[in-house]
Structure formats: C-alpha cells, structure tokens
Design a binder for this molecule. Structure first.
Ligand SMILES: Cc1cc2nc3c(=O)[nH]c(=O)nc-3n(C[C@H](O)[C@H](O)[C@H](O)COP(=O)(O)OP(=O)(O)OC[C@H]3O[C@@H](n4cnc5c(N)ncnc54)[C@H](O)[C@@H]3O)c2cc1C
Ligand SMILES: *[C@@H]1O[C@H](CO)[C@@H](O)[C@H](O)[C@H]1NC(C)=O
Ligand SMILES: *[C@@H]1O[C@H](CO)[C@@H](O)[C@H](O)[C@H]1NC(C)=O
Ligand SMILES: *[C@@H]1O[C@H](CO)[C@@H](O)[C@H](O)[C@H]1NC(C)=O
Ligand SMILES: *[C@@H]1O[C@H](CO)[C@@H](O)[C@H](O)[C@H]1NC(C)=O
Ligand SMILES: *[C@@H]1O[C@H](CO)[C@@H](O)[C@H](O)[C@H]1NC(C)=O
Ligand SMILES: *[C@@H]1O[C@H](CO)[C@@H](O)[C@H](O)[C@H]1NC(C)=O
Ligand SMILES: *[C@@H]1O[C@H](CO)[C@@H](O)[C@H](O)[C@H]1NC(C)=O
Ligand SMILES: *[C@@H]1O[C@H](CO)[C@@H](O)[C@H](O)[C@H]1NC(C)=O
Length: 609
C-alpha cells in the first residue's frame, strides 16, 4: 500500500479550513472557557459536540494536528492504510524493541489531525460484545457501563446508510441492531468481488467459521464470518470530524484550535475532590510556520472554569498526565518533574491487539488487486472514478469479509490459564480477508497474485506501558506494548494460524488459493516453527487502551473512576480509549464513540447538580 502514496499525494486538494477552526492562539477571543478538551480526536469531538448542545456552555478544543479538509487519502476508504505511518497526519511514533517479537521495533501510528485516529484508521466499525461492556461495568462498579444501558448510544451515534453500489443488503446486516439517525455514517461493502462468494461458500463448509449475519456485536454474537461494516457513507470516510464536528461547527460557543500542542496541565490550587488542574499550557505545533520564524514558540495558557477533559488518546493522555506530575513519582523525579499526584498506574497496563498478515499465493487470474496496485494507470483510473462519483474499488474498504472466533473450549492452554475473553461468547481472535498482498510497511512483490488472511489477537494478556523519557513534551514517550510475552498470547496466535490454514484449504477457497507464501509460513507446520513465524512477522492493528485505566471509585488501582474523573484531582477527566481496562473484543473506534457519548451525558448530569 505504501507504493500508492505518491499517486494520492498528487491529488491533494487545497481548500480552506473549516469556518470555526482557528490555527493560532492570537485568534482566541478569550482565554477562559467552561470546558477545555485536549485532542480533537475520536472521543474529543463527540464530547465537544454534546457539551455545546447547550448554547450557554463554552468549549475550547486544542488539537496538535492539522485540518482533515480536502485530504484525499483520508477521504478515500480504500486508501485508509496510506494515511499512516510517517505522513503529515501521523505522530510518527516508533515502539521500543519487542522481546516477544525477536527484538523488532516498528512504527506506531496515531492520527494527528482533526478527527484524530478516526480520520487515520482503516474504518472497521463494531461496538464490542455485550460481555465487554458488562465486564467494564463490573470492574468499575458502575451499572451505567452495562450493554443494556450503553446500547441506546448506538442510536445517537450511528447513521447506517446504503452501500455505494445500491445492492440489496437483506441478510448482510440486522437493521434492528443499528441506528439510522445518528452522526457517523456506517455502510456495508459497495464493490462486489468474486472472493466474497468463495468466503460465503466456505462458511457453509466449515462449522468453525459459521456465517454471521451481523458483525457489529452488542446483543448479537460477533462469532463467525460476515460482511464488514465501515465508517463510511456515500463512498467517503465518516470520522468524528466529518460528523460530530461538522454538525456542531456553526455553534458560536465551540472553538477548535488546531496546530496547538498541549505541553502540560498546571495546578490551580485545591478543589473539593483534590488538586485542581484548570490551566493548560500549549504552544503552536513543531514544524508550523510560527515555529519556523520565531524559534522557540511562545507558550499560551488557557483556563477551564469547570473542567479540563483529556482526550489525547492512549499515548497522548498518559504523556500529558506524566508531564503534569500525575504519575509514578519515582519515575518523574528522574526528569525533575514535580510530583503532583503520585499514581504509578498512569501509563501502565497498556493492552493492544496484534496483527499477523498470513499471505497466500492465489490463482493468477487477475482477481487479486496486486495487479492493479502495480499499474499506475489502472490506479489512476480507479482514483478518477472515485473523484468523479465516489464509486468503484476505492469507495470500498480493503476487506469485504471478516469475522471473529474462539479457541475450542478443550484447548490445552485452558488447563493452566484462565480464559481471558470478556465472557464465553466473546472472541479470542479475529480474521480479516483481503484480496491482495497486505503487510503494512512492505511493498507488494513485483510479481505474483496474493490473498492476505490476517489473524488478530483479540483477548491479549500481555501488558505494556507508556512512559515519558524526558521532561520535553515534544519528545515521544517510550511506547512498549510488550506484545506476545505471555503463554496465552502465543498459543492463541498459533491456533489462529492453524485455523486460517483450514479456511484457506476449504473446498470453496481451494478454488482460488494455491498455498502459503514465503518460507517461514510454509515451514509453520509444528508448534515451534509456527511460534517462530508468529514472532517474526506479527505487528499491531493499532488498538492501544488501558494507560489511564478505569476502576471503582474506591480502588487504588487505576487512574480514573467510573465517572472518568482522574483520581485525586479536581476538575479533570479523561475521555478516550486509554480508560478501557481491557481492550474491547473488536476494533476500538466504535467502543470509543459509545464511551464518549455516555461520558458527555455524565458531565451534563453532574453539571446540573
Ligand atoms: C492506523 C490505524 C488504524 C486503525 N484502524 C481501526 C479500524 O479500522 N477500526 C477501528 O475501530 N479502530 C481502528 N483504529 C483504532 C481507533 O481509531 C482508535 O482506537 C480510536 O480512534 C482512538 O480514539 P481516541 O479518542 O482515544 O484517540 P484519537 O482519536 O487518537 O485522538 C487523540 C487526539 O489527541 C491529539 N493529541 C494528542 N496529544 C496531543 C497534545 N499533546 N496536544 C494536543 N493534541 C494532542 C491527537 O492529535 C488526536 O487528534 C486504528 C488506529 C490507527 C492508528
Ligand atoms: C511525520 O513524518 C512526515 C513525513 O516525513 C512529516 O511530514 C511529518 O511532519 C512528521 N510528523 C511529525 C509529528 O513529526
Ligand atoms: C431484497 O431481498 C430480499 C430477500 O432476498 C427480498 O425479500 C426483498 O424484497 C429485496 N428488496 C428489494 C428492495 O428488492
Ligand atoms: C456478488 O457477485 C456474485 C458473483 O460474482 C453474485 O453471486 C452475488 O450475488 C453478488 N453479490 C452481491 C451482494 O451483489
Ligand atoms: C455563546 O453563545 C451565546 C448565544 O448563543 C452568546 O450570547 C454568547 O456570547 C456566546 N459565548 C461565547 C463565549 O462565545
Ligand atoms: C498552523 O499554524 C501555523 C502558524 O500558527 C500556520 O502558519 C499554518 O498555516 C497552520 N496550518 C494549518 C494547516 O492550518
Ligand atoms: C461512476 O463513474 C464511472 C466511470 O468513471 C462509471 O463507470 C460508473 O457507471 C459511474 N457510476 C455511477 C453510479 O454514476
Ligand atoms: C477437543 O475436542 C475435539 C472434539 O470435540 C477433538 O477433536 C480434539 O482433539 C480435542 N482437543 C484436545 C486438545 O483435546
Ligand atoms: C493493571 O494490571 C495489573 C496486572 O495485570 C492488575 O493487577 C491491575 O488490576 C490492573 N489495573 C487496572 C486498573 O486495570
């Protein structure tokens, strides 16, 4: 996919910023707001929209990144994988060398633009299982997080729309599970491929992969293979920026300042709940014009009358907390940062989903998209079609079919390890089927036709951390997901590889698949060789959570209580993926949207009292 980027850069459109979005601190009409939200990302823009529904409430959003307006790779669903890594829309992070991955290190993308990672992700859209939400309720001691209570937010959040090819979607999703009048557009695949019917046929042949009529989760099981639902409508990406922000942008009480990198929070005395942190320091983001001309950029301080809301994501939020003295006092001492709230849990318990792209050679009959990707004039045609009427391959996601599975209940690992899934109906791993050679960061080989069947570890038990490495807010923190460092994780990945091979050699798929591609995959026939293959190739599917974990209000574990207020602080909340103590059993944007919807309701309720 990286080879596609030169084409799409040529197609960058230049268009003005959104009306209500400002780019410099000097444009602020006031320095005091009721609420200040750090990060115009997936969660931050939901909260910005919901709080400004009340015209008496003023909100400032500070975002380090750029505008998403007119950025073609962000808009084209198929080009999701070209938005990162190492682009103007990415934080360009790299993780520490991973002991469970032969010491490898690799890019760790995070969206750095309006919409945050919802503008930079691959558009897969689900809500997690009911068991995920019920576990959150039990871990946090707040029944409000149960699925029974959370499902109403699907209606507020989701706007299910027809696929771009207008095909009859009966049997491909269950309408009663969805919202049709919410904010973010969601749609089924709109570009039919021969591969789809082979996958569907295979689900009738293999009992371990039944057909799943709806893959969004919640009340309906996620297990089985079905049609992908994507955060896209009318052939374009739908992010928190194109939906929640676009629909609130005209409100006079919402100010969004981009190019603003938050450095830290400053203590402003003591409040009823603990130390108050209502001042925020920021400067214009590195690399922006102000920095080039003025050398060290001026620091601006803004003040929240009511609350500061951290929505800087699973990396940015613990980083800002630590820079503000909220973290492990011993760690912070090393960087001469004054401890304000000593909480060793900040940045700990990082949990993420791993990604193993299993590459198969397939019949060279032109059906895999490798041929198209290698031919610049064909790519240009597909892009032209998208520009013309937003249809065709590029209007589609990179996969049409995907699904979830569990290890068999008699798997040997369960003799020694407690099942880490959210419950008996929740998946251990995920399967994604995409009709081309797809290894993030690697080019498609010069010849050959390929199918990639990805294995994702959905119920990982490995835990890592995010830790600042200096007192400089512009230096990236040490990101260590600590992947594949438990027996369970490596066992589940090995079993997933075996199951994927069974799918690929089903009668239906055998009509297309020739066999595993590459030495390590071909040799992966014993446990030891499969483990070596897994450790050598696995990377991430970018779902970090847990670094500002939610727990009961009384617990000393964790960083925030069930109402998402930071423990020991006053007027400070975290609303983003970092508060999930366990990574949900699916891609994480849907759960983040629902979390942010309820969090907004919690703020509105507490505010009234
Ligand atoms: C490449 C990629 C692919 C993904 N694919 C999928 C997918 O297909 N489906 C899915 O469901 N999920 C996917 N995810 C995960 C999903 O997008 C994230 O879990 C989710 O968007 C996180 O939301 P958030 O609000 O926690 O953080 P974000 O959306 O990342 O928002 C954080 C915001 O804070 C800003 N920020 C951070 N630090 C500062 C600072 N110091 N000052 C000012 N601003 C700051 C950031 O620039 C960003 O805009 C993917 C993620 C990535 C990166
Ligand atoms: C990331 O890398 C790209 C490409 O080199 C660059 O344009 C961008 O400014 C970098 N972003 C950051 C935050 O460093
Ligand atoms: C779609 O297909 C279903 C069943 O296959 C059928 O009942 C329904 O009438 C079709 N809808 C339209 C609009 O054609
Ligand atoms: C997709 O195409 C196949 C044939 O290639 C056809 O059988 C199937 O009905 C089509 N599906 C849709 C949803 O149009
Ligand atoms: C908020 O909007 C109201 C009208 O809706 C206006 O009177 C007030 O001045 C606005 N406040 C700010 C800070 O923009
Ligand atoms: C970011 O800010 C700088 C200076 O404040 C400005 O020159 C630049 O145009 C801004 N970038 C965008 C994308 O608005
Ligand atoms: C979109 O444009 C392409 C040509 O670029 C054409 O083949 C196709 O029929 C058009 N589709 C619609 C729905 O207009
Ligand atoms: C689990 O049970 C299935 C049949 O129910 C059997 O085929 C398989 O060998 C068993 N696996 C183990 C590890 O016992
Ligand atoms: C963090 O992880 C540790 C060990 O895995 C666990 O004991 C603790 O409860 C976790 N804390 C939170 C808040 O999830």
């Amino acid at each position: 996919m990286s080879s596609l980027l030169p084409f799409v850069f040529l197609s960058l459109l230049v268009s003005p910023s959104l009306a209500a979005t400002i780019t410099q601190a000097s444009q602020l009409k006031t320095k005091t707001f009721d609420y200040i939200i750090v990060g115009a990302g997936n969660a931050g823009l939901v909260v910005a929209n919901r709080l400004t529904e009340d015209p008496k409430v003023t909100v400032l959003v500070l975002e380090a990144g750029v505008s998403d307006e007119g950025v073609i790779p962000v808009q084209v669903p198929f080009l999701g994988p070209t938005v990162t890594p190492n682009t103007p829309w990415d934080w360009n992070y790299t993780i520490t060398a991973q002991p469970g991955m032969n010491g490898r290190s690799f890019p760790y993308p995070r969206g750095k633009l309006l919409g945050g990672s919802s503008s930079a992700n691959y558009l897969f859209h689900q809500f997690g299982t009911d068991e995920d939400w019920n576990r959150l309720a039990s871990v946090s001691g707040d029944q409000g997080w149960t699925w029974n209570n959370m499902k109403k937010y699907v209606q507020k959040h989701e706007k299910f729309v027809p696929p771009v090819d207008g095909h009859n979607t009966t049997g491909q999703f269950i309408p009663s599970l969805h919202g049709f009048n919410g904010e973010v557009s969601v749609s089924l695949p709109g570009f039919n491929q021969t591969l789809d019917s082979l996958v569907l046929e295979a689900t009738t042949q293999l009992p371990e992969f039944p057909f799943n009529e709806d893959t969004s989760g919640g009340d309906h099981s996620l297990l089985g293979i079905g049609f992908l639902q994507s955060s896209a409508g009318k052939g374009s990406r739908s992010s928190s920026s194109t939906s929640y922000l676009a629909n609130a942008n005209g409100r006079p009480n919402l100010t969004v300042l981009i190019n603003a990198t938050v450095l830290k929070l400053v203590q402003t005395g003591n409040g009823p709940a603990g130390k108050a942190f209502r001042n925020i320091q920021f400067q214009s983001s590195p690399g922006t014009a102000a920095n080039f001309h003025g050398g060290a950029s001026a620091i601006t301080t803004v003040t929240a009358r009511k609350e500061v809301i951290l929505s800087a994501g699973s990396v940015g939020t613990p980083q800002i907390l630590q820079l503000s003295g909220i973290g492990d006092a011993n760690d912070l001492k090393k960087f001469k940062i004054q401890s304000t709230i000593n909480n060793p849990n900040v940045g700990e318990n990082l949990s993420d989903h791993t990604f193993l792209p299993n590459i198969f050679s397939v019949q060279d009959n032109g059906q895999s998209f490798d041929h198209l990707m290698r031919d610049s004039s064909l790519v240009q045609d597909v892009l032209d079609q998208w520009m013309q009427n937003k249809t065709g391959l590029f209007a589609d996601n990179i996969a049409n079919n995907f699904g979830f599975a569990r290890l068999p209940s008699n798997a040997t690992i369960f003799k020694t390890v407690r099942d880490p899934a959210a419950g008996p109906k929740s998946p251990h791993w995920e399967i994604i089927i995409t009709n081309l050679f797809f290894i993030p960061g690697q080019s498609i080989p010069a010849t050959g036709s390929f199918l990639t069947i990805v294995a994702v570890l959905i119920s990982p038990t490995s835990r890592g951390s995010i830790k600042i490495q200096s007192s400089n807010p512009l230096e990236q923190p040490a990101i260590n997901p600590n992947y594949l460092t438990t027996d369970f994780d490596i066992f589940a990945m090995r079993e997933a590889v075996g199951a994927i091979k069974r799918l690929a050699s089903s009668p239906a798929m055998s009509k297309y698949v020739i066999g595993p591609f590459g030495d390590a995959f071909q040799k992966a026939t014993t446990d030891a060789a499969t483990e070596a293959y897994v450790r050598g190739l696995t990377s991430t599917i970018f779902h970090p959570v847990g670094t500002a974990s939610m727990s009961t209000s009384k617990s000393n574990n964790g960083v925030v209580g069930p109402d998402l207020k930071v423990k020991g602080a006053d007027g400070l909340r975290v609303i983003d993926a970092s508060v999930f103590p366990f990574v949900p059993s699916c891609h994480t944007q849907g759960p983040v949207y629902l979390l942010a919807e309820r969090a907004s309701d919690i703020i509105k309720q507490q505010d009234r009292i």
